[in-house]
Design a binder for this molecule. Structure first.
Ligand code: 13P
Ligand code: 13P
Ligand code: MG
Ligand code: MG
Ligand code: MG
Length: 369
């Protein structure tokens, strides 16, 4: 029987401003999920915060898009949002954009990454959780893990990975998707995913004839775009991803190596700026400088019949100090641009922010030249 890992997340309110989730909210989420575990709805769970986002990691046997699991997440977020309102937390209920639950949380505000697969004799998984950025922030590291031989030695030296992988890429504006295989279509893949605000890696699959079933994903990313639901800026999407590792897949260290370069992502202050993605330990999962910089935490587990052994706080290591140092140098450099591009996002991407309201006032003062 297959196992499903579901990571469902939402910003339901935070302290101070958009920094972090207070302990009493996480404790309430844990209480709710523990009740569900006792009833046998889920096998196991862990609650995290990525900056100001509340993250529910759940294992179960109900498959993806399960009404029961999504309903549980929705009810948990609702209860936490109530508590957040009581505590007058900042932006209480921020990502709960619709009133009524209708079968699953997609389109209601929360972000979802989930996959169903056959649990291997040893099944290492890493759950990545980001704050102050968008789903396309995963394009570069996921590409690196599964397609770049300079990141992943196994692509070259391990016969069980040598054939490469298949990438499911979504056009999140036109709501279309395409499957591309690497290494043979690597340049086509890069032609799309370099436009990380438009084309996002949704899933990665093994190829046919390999060690793993070709129809079971090995990585999945949440791709919900909040502005499409709300029609205006309501914070960033702050994506999550689940990556399986080892035995025909990148080693855990190859998966993590993809985050050793603090690449520029969009988000940060008011969701309107480019900045470096900084990998941090759980204890630094709070956003401070200029509401950032954008950051990512990594929770490592072994699955044991659905039970979560872990988490291991994977970025809690001096091995990532240099990346963090580099990220802060980039912060200092790019921040000095103030309101200028390319620190501030390009004009077209400011469409859903509050900038158009400012520009509207000036419209009448323009004269023809
Ligand atoms: P160990 O000998 O520490 O198990 O390392 C195995 C390995 O392949 C690391 O990439
Ligand atoms: P969040 O999406 O993390 O709430 O960020 C909102 C924001 O505008 C930060 O400056
Ligand atoms: Mg927020
Ligand atoms: Mg957030
Ligand atoms: Mg957000």
């Amino acid at each position: 029987e297959k196992i499903t890992v579901s990571v469902i997340k939402a910003d339901i309110g935070s302290v101070a401003g958009h920094s972090t989730v207070p302990d009493e909210i996480k404790a309430l989420a844990e209480k709710k999920l523990n009740e569900a575990k006792e009833k046998g709805i889920i096998i196991d769970f862990r609650v995290f915060n990525a900056g100001d986002d509340l993250e529910l990691v759940m294992t179960h046997r109900k498959g993806v898009d399960s009404e029961e699991i999504h309903g549980l997440a929705w009810e948990t977020f609702k209860a936490c949002a109530e508590k957040a309102k009581e505590l007058k937390l900042y932006a209480a209920g921020q990502d709960l954009l619709k009133e009524a639950f209708s079968g699953n949380v997609r389109g209601l505000g929360p972000g979802v990454a989930e996959m169903e697969f056959t649990e291997r004799p040893a099944e290492p998984i890493i759950v990545f959780m980001m704050d102050k950025t968008e789903p396309g922030a995963f394009n570069l590291p996921i590409f690196r893990m599964f397609a770049d031989p300079f990141n992943t030695a196994g692509l070259v030296i391990d016969p069980s990975m040598h054939q490469g992988f298949r990438f499911e890429v979504w056009d999140i504006k036109e709501h279309k998707r395409v499957m591309l295989s690497t290494p043979e279509e690597m340049y086509d893949l890069l032609a799309l995913i370099g436009s990380k605000g438009r084309y996002v890696i949704k899933r990665v699959y093994p190829k046919e004839g390999g060690k793993l079933p070709a129809d079971e994903p090995v990585a999945v990313v949440s791709t919900e775009k909040l502005f499409e639901i709300a029609g205006e800026y309501v914070g960033k999407d702050d994506p999550v991803a689940i990556v399986r590792a080892q035995s025909g897949l990148p080693a855990v260290g190859e998966v993590l190596e993809a985050f050793a370069f603090p690449h520029l992502v969009s988000g940060w202050m008011r969701g309107s700026h480019n900045g470096p993605l900084m990998p941090v330990p759980f204890r630094y999962s709070k956003c401070t400088r200029f509401d950032g910089p954008p950051r990512v935490i990594a929770a490592g587990f072994q699955l044991c019949n659905g039970k979560l052994i872990g988490p291991v706080d994977m970025f809690d290591d001096p091995a990532f100090d240099y990346t963090r140092q580099k990220a802060m140098e980039i912060c200092d450099y790019i921040r000095r641009h103030g309101p200028f591009e390319p620190h501030r996002l390009p004009h077209e991407e400011m469409e859903y922010t509050t900038l158009p309201k400012v520009l509207k006032k000036l419209e009448a003062r323009f004269e023809k030249i």
